[in-house]
Design a protein around this ligand. Structure first.
Ligand code: SF4
Length: 350
């Protein structure tokens, strides 16, 4: 591993100053990085994908708490661990969709270490991205995208570009997208809230950029607005190559708010494993408003969500199977949510 400086500041301002401090200009080094759990960043460093000149440890600089707020929202500290978040009483009772999504991800050991802020910023698991010996537009812009003619089973069917077909690997983020979270960030220039829909970006012609977070900004916390209306009818459905410790081929976060007559007052739907960001389609959600849950309705929703889906890759490595898989997963998730919340406790992956 390459040498790097290490700082552990005790507040956010010192952390931001630590990132902004000049570093020796060694051509082989990459810019300083914040680190919390390090469950993805250290992999990237060991694989020589990034070579930060300095790590600024933010574990004492930002909150590690999960806090219910007076207005009914829930604030997740950026340094709070994924496991502590999922098993927190407020999250498991009021936000079962979020708890289930977190517990569908990674392994118990990784969830014990991984932070909420880091979960948002984890990089794609495209195998070419992690292999510094091959081209990759995300790692080295302009070098090419071998996934387009290689192994693309894990890759995008929505929102891809000629420059990159990678997907965002997070489960937690799919639920946060469905729940319309906001991300609170701070820099030495000030602070701002980013709507979750605007946080992650599509690859376009800048596949090296994953989010709208600026290099000098620090995630302080994530806020989920009051979402109790969805607690009784939600599910995070994750389809993957094996039952534990695997990234989603397709995942669906579905939540319904039903009135006393059983009609859908509002619906939330987000897909994972299919795009460079959690995929949400407001027009598909709107189709459900005012209707009673029904398979025909949910099939129309699924067709709407996937209307622009395109397979990627060639030969045995192509991912055309994901499109019908996603269509069936949407229908199954909505049908299941209509019957009542299904909670993933994480027990199946211990
Ligand atoms: Fe790199 Fe994206 Fe292509 Fe993977 S899909 S090889 S991350 S450019």
């Amino acid at each position: 591993m390459n040498p790097f400086e290490y700082l552990k500041p005790s507040d956010a301002r010192a952390a931001l100053e630590g990132i902004a401090m000049p570093t020796p200009s060694n051509a082989w080094q990459t810019p300083p990085r914040f680190v919390a759990g390090g469950t993805n960043l250290l992999d990237l460093m060991k694989e020589n994908v990034v070579r930060p000149s300095r790590l600024v440890d933010i574990n004492r600089a930002v909150s590690d708490k999960v806090e219910p707020m007076p207005d009914g929202s829930v604030r997740l500290g950026a340094a709070a661990r994924n496991a502590d978040t999922a098993y927190h009483a407020v999250v498991s009772t009021q936000l079962p969709l979020l708890a289930s999504a977190i517990l569908a991800g990674a392994s118990p050991q990784i969830r014990n270490m991984a932070s909420n802020g880091g979960n948002l910023l984890q990089r794609t698991r495209c195998v070419y991205f992690y292999d510094a010996g091959v081209p990759c537009n995300k790692r080295a812009p302009g070098s090419g995208c071998p996934a387009r003619e290689g192994l693309a089973r894990q890759h995008a069917v929505l929102g891809a570009s000629p420059h990159c077909i990678a997907v965002h690997p997070s489960d937690m983020c799919v639920a946060l997208a469905a729940l319309e979270a906001t991300v609170h960030v701070r820099s030495l220039r000030g602070e701002r809230d980013i709507a979750f829909a605007d946080f992650h970006t599509l690859p376009g012609d800048t596949p090296d950029i994953d989010s709208s977070l600026a290099a000098d900004e620090l995630i302080e916390h994530i806020t989920i607005p009051p979402s109790g209306q969805y607690a009784a009818h939600s599910i995070y459905l994750k389809l993957r190559e094996r039952q534990s410790y695997a990234f989603a081929l397709v995942s669906v976060a579905a939540a319904l708010d039903l009135d006393g007559d059983g009609r859908i007052r509002s619906a939330r739907l987000a897909l994972g494993g299919v795009a460079h960001k959690p995929w949400r389609d407001l027009s598909a959600e709107g189709l459900m408003t005012g209707h009673k849950p029904h398979t025909d309705l949910f099939e129309e929703v699924a067709s709407t969500v996937l209307r622009s889906a395109q397979p990627q890759g060639v030969g045995a490595g192509n991912n055309a199977f994901k499109i019908p898989m996603a269509r069936r997963a949407v229908v199954r998730a909505l049908e299941t949510a209509a019957l009542g919340t299904v909670t993933n406790t994480g027990d199946n992956v211990r």
